[in-house]
Write a new protein. Sequence first.
Length: 414
Amino acid sequence: MLEKSPQQTTGLFNGWESLGWLHVDLGCAVSQAVASPVEPNVTGRPGLRHIMVLAVLVTAFAMSAFLLSWSFTVSIGIQGTLLGLVISTVAIGIVLPVFLWVDRLEAEPARIMWFAFLWGALISTAGSLVVGGAVRNMLLNMGVEPDYFLLVFEAPLVEEFFKGLGLLLIFIFAKREFNGVVDGIAYAGVIAIGFAYVEDILYLGSNYQQLGQAGLVGTFVVRCLATPFAHPMFTVCLGIAFGLLAHRRRRIYFPVPILGYAAAVTIHSVWNASAALDIWFVLYLVIQVPLFLGFLAVVIFARSLESRTMRERLTEYGMNGWFTPSEVSMLISPNQRRQARIWAKKQYGQAGARAMRAFQDESAELAIAAEHLHRGDRDPHWRERERVLLRSLVAHRKAFVQGANSAATAAPAL
């Protein structure tokens, strides 16, 4: 719970006041209602478990990388693989900044983003390759032409399953870093970027081997320039579904990811079916472009909701003396955040700029912790996280305020 300094509370509060989830006791330094943090495990078993999990992940990634390297070398050759490896990075340069922009107010941990990318690039592609090969052989043995079935039915079902499995693992094992729809979009997008990157290597190398330079250029234009958002657009349906579940985490919402998977598979199937027809460009304009515009609208809307939530939570802290109104406005505006860092650097050098960035990052994390408390999350982590962040952001503010007359400089006691 938060306590105001007397100078800040005069005329605003008298005794107990309530602001939604936030209760302020002006007579107590620490509210008795705050749950005590759970004591840490003093044994070495948590570290051992972390090492075992890491070992499993490294082994799985290494085996998938070996399988893909062997498969690509056999099917498209070393030259085709290297060409695809280099050229397909263009698509990453187009798509990845968009998802980083979506998530820039509250950036996700780098370790989870790397896991997402590697899962998409290695596990998802290797799993899809193995299952696709098995289904192809089964259909050939039955005397059925497999290409159309694989393209329109098998590929969407299997690829979205493996990509969604990575998203599920993040949802389960990094639940404190999976806080809503924007997080789901970011994780799903990065998984899909990894998947598309490796798949593009295969298509670029294969068409180069069959059609030469013309095939390489044509594939590059279609896959890397015209449709780089295809796979992210499919998998974002799952990301939104898991994000909605993360926002509530109640049993009634458990079927939502199944609906997200169905949506991802359906859009993926329609996309692949249009690519198999001779009127691909017409369908690209009529179906794929509107789908992409809808995808952008959903992403922008989700980001605006996150900004609004951040404003609401930080405003509640501002009403209790932790932020000035101008600070709240700055913290929810990416442009003002950047300008504030520039100002801090001019005034106080690199130390001031680092302090300002830390202040901004911690404020964003504080808004997330406050949203969990606002929703009634019983995990004591969020209350302790709130206290740690409040102490730290007050300390970082001092580095760039330097005694300026601000209502927030005399921060309330914890």
